[in-house]
Design a protein around this ligand. Structure first.
Ligand SMILES: NC(=O)C1=CN([C@@H]2O[C@H](COP(=O)(O)OP(=O)(O)OC[C@H]3O[C@@H](n4cnc5c(N)ncnc54)[C@H](OP(=O)(O)O)[C@@H]3O)[C@@H](O)[C@H]2O)C=CC1
Ligand SMILES: O=C(CO)COP(=O)(O)O
Length: 338
C-alpha cells in the first residue's frame, strides 16, 4: 500500500515522522514555513536546526507550499506546537476547501491551548469542517524523535473515534521498529500527552536539585494520579492512562535527557531562570504553557492537581523549587486510591 501523505511541520518530530513514512515506501511531502530549511532538506537531506546529527532519506521531499504538500494526500499529519496549531489548521482548511479534498487529518501535538484549554483535536475540528476531512486521529505515545531516528523500538497509539481512520494511520506507520496500536479514546490520549509534559518538568527539577530514584518514582506515580483525575473529569477512559499515551509517555519523558521538558526542569532545579531556559532550548517546551492551561482548567473544574499547582507556582509565581517541594510533602496526608 503506497500512499501520498502530507506532514505539516518540520521540527524534530514532524521531520522524523515524515522520514518513517518514506522508509515505509510512501510518497511524503513535508511542509515547512521556512524556505531555507526546505532547501537544506531537499539538497543536503539534513535539518541542522532541529535534528543536527541526522541524515534523512533522500526520497523525502520538503516544500514551502502547503497546497503542493496536501495535493492528493490521503492523510495529512499536523506536527506543530500547540501555540501554532490553530493557525496552521486554518491555512489547511482553506486549501482543502479550495481543492475539494477530504483526507484523514491526524496530529501529533501534545498540549492544551492557552485560555480556551482546548485539546489539539478540538482545535482542528473547529478549524476544518467535516466537509473537508475524515475523522481526526491522534498519534501519541513514548517516542522521542532522536530515538525513532535511530530505529529504537517504539510503540505508540493512534486514537480516533473512527476505527478505519485510526487503522489507516496504524498501517501507514507500522514497521519493524515502529509499532502502532489503535485506541478509541481521543480525550484520554490527548490529556495524557499534554499533561505528562508538566510532570516531566517536575522530574527534571528533582534531578537538578539532587533527588534520587524514590523521588522520581513518587512524582511519576502521583503525577499519573492527577493526570488521570483531570482526564476522567472530561470523559476520558481511565484505562487509557495505563497505556502508551499515559504512563508510557510519562515514563519516557520523565526519565530521559532527550525530553525538552525534562531538560527544562533540570535547569530550573539547578537555579537557571525560566526565560533563559526557554531562550536557550531552541525547540518547543510544551509543558511550560500546558502547566498554565492545566492549572486554570483544574481550578475551574475543582480537580485536585497538587503537583501541577506546585509547578505552576514555580513557573508563574516565582516560587523557589525547594519551597514547592516542601509544601507538597507537608500537605495533609491522604489515602492513595480515591
Ligand atoms: N520532538 C519529539 O520527540 C516529539 C514531539 N512531540 C510533539 O510534537 C509537537 C511538535 O514538536 P517538535 O517537532 O518537537 O517541535 P520543534 O520545536 O522541534 O519544531 C516545531 C516546528 O513547528 C514549526 N512551527 C511552529 N509554529 C508554527 C506556525 N505557527 N506555523 C508554521 N510552523 C510553525 C516550526 O517552524 P519554525 O522553525 O519556522 O519556527 C518547527 O518546524 C509538540 O506538540 C511536541 O510536544 C510529540 C512526540 C515526540
Ligand atoms: O513527547 C515526547 C516524547 O514522547 C517528547 O517530549 P519532549 O517535548 O519533552 O521532548
Amino acid at each position: 500500500m503506497n500512499k501520498k501523505v502530507a506532514v505539516l511541520g518540520a521540527g524534530s518530530w514532524g521531520s522524523v515522522l515524515a522520514n518513517v513514512l518514506v522508509e515505509n515506501g510512501h510518497q511524503v511531502k513535508l511542509w515547512s514555513r521556512d524556505a531555507d530549511q526546505v532547501a537544506e532538506l531537499n539538497q543536503k537531506h539534513t535539518n541542522q536546526k532541529y535534528m543536527p546529527d541526522f541524515t534523512y532519506q533522500s526520497h523525502l521531499q520538503a516544500t514551502n507550499d502547503m497546497a503542493e504538500a496536501v495535493e492528493g494526500a490521503s492523510l495529512v499529519l499536523i506536527v506543530i506546537p500547540t501555540k501554532g496549531l490553530r493557525s496552521v489548521a486554518h491555512q489547511l482548511a482553506a486549501i482543502l476547501a479550495k481543492i475539494g479534498a477530504k483526507p484523514v487529518v491526524a496530529h501529533a501535538t501534545k498540549g492544551l491551548e492557552q485560555n480556551s484549554y482546548k485539546r489539539p483535536s478540538e482545535i482542528i475540528a473547529e478549524e476544518i469542517p467535516t466537509a473537508n476531512r475524515q475523522a481526526i486521529v491522534v498519534l501519541s505515545g513514548p517516542s522521542h524523535a532522536e530515538s525513532v531516528a535511530i530505529h529504537d523500538m517504539t510503540a505508540v497509539t493512534a486514537a480516533s473515534e473512527d476505527l478505519p481512520s485510526a487503522e489507516l494511520v496504524q498501517k501507514l506507520f507500522s514497521n519493524h521498529y515502529f509499532r502502532v496500536y489503535t485506541n478509541n479514546d481521543v480525550i484520554g490520549a490527548e490529556f495524557g500527552a499534554a499533561l505528562k509534559n508538566i510532570i516531566s518538568i517536575g522530574a527534571g527539577a528533582l534531578q537538578g536539585l539532587g533527588y534520587h530514584d524514590n523521588a522520581r518514582a513518587a512524582l511519576i506515580t502521583r503525577g499519573l494520579a492527577e493526570i488521570r483525575r483531570l482526564g476522567v473529569a472530561f470523559g476520558a477512559n481511565p484505562m487509557t492512562f495505563i497505556g502508551l499515551s499515559g504512563v508510557g509517555d510519562l515514563v519516557v519523558t520523565a526519565t530521559s535527557k532527550n525530553s525538552r521538558n525534562w531538560r527544562a526542569g533540570y535547569q530550573l532545579g539547578q537555579g537557571k531562570p525560566l526565560q533563559d531556559v526557554i531562550d536557550q532550548m531552541g525547540m518547543v517546551i510544551e509543558g511550560v504553557y500546558t502547566t498554565k492551561a492545566a492549572y486554570e482548567l483544574a481550578q475551574k473544574r475543582h480537580v485536585r492537581m497538587p503537583i501541577t499547582e506546585a509547578i505552576y507556582r514555580v513557573l508563574y509565581q516565582g516560587e523557589d523549587v525547594k519551597t514547592a517541594i516542601r509544601t507538597l510533602m507537608n500537605r495533609e496526608v491522604t489515602s492513595e486510591v480515591e
